[in-house]
Design a protein around this ligand. Structure first.
Ligand code: HEM
Length: 62
C-alpha cells in the first residue's frame, strides 16, 4: 500500500484519510471499529505506514 516514507507535510492529510478509510469503510473495503482494531493499534499502524517502517516488510529487503 505504501512503499516509501510519506513527505512529512502530507502526514496529517494521509493519516486522516487512512483513519477514515478504516473506521468508515470505503467502496469495497468494510469498516473496522474499535473492537477489531483499537485506536492505539490504528494510530501505531498509521504512524508506521507514514514513516515508511513497513515499506520493505513484504519483501523482507532492507
Ligand atoms: C487496518 C488495516 C487496513 C488499513 C490501514 C487499510 C487501508 C486502506 C486504504 C488506505 C485504502 C485505499 C482507500 C482509497 O481508495 O482511498 C484501502 C482500500 C481497500 N481495502 Fe483496506 N485497509 C485495511 C484492511 C483491509 C481489510 C482487512 C480488507 C478486506 C477485508 C480491506 C479491503 C480493502 C479493499 C477491497 C479496498 C479497495 C476499496 C475500493 O476502492 O473498492 N482492507 N484500504
Amino acid at each position: 500500500m505504501i512503499t516509501m516514507p510519506f513527505p512529512e507535510g502530507a502526514w496529517e492529510a494521509r493519516g486522516n484519510h487512512i483513519r477514515n478509510t478504516v473506521r468508515q469503510g470505503r467502496a469495497a473495503m468494510p469498516s473496522f471499529r474499535e473492537a477489531k482494531i483499537s485506536d492505539a493499534e490504528l494510530e501505531g499502524l498509521i504512524d508506521a505506514l507514514l514513516r515508511g517502517e513497513l515499506a520493505n516488510a513484504a519483501t523482507g529487503e532492507e
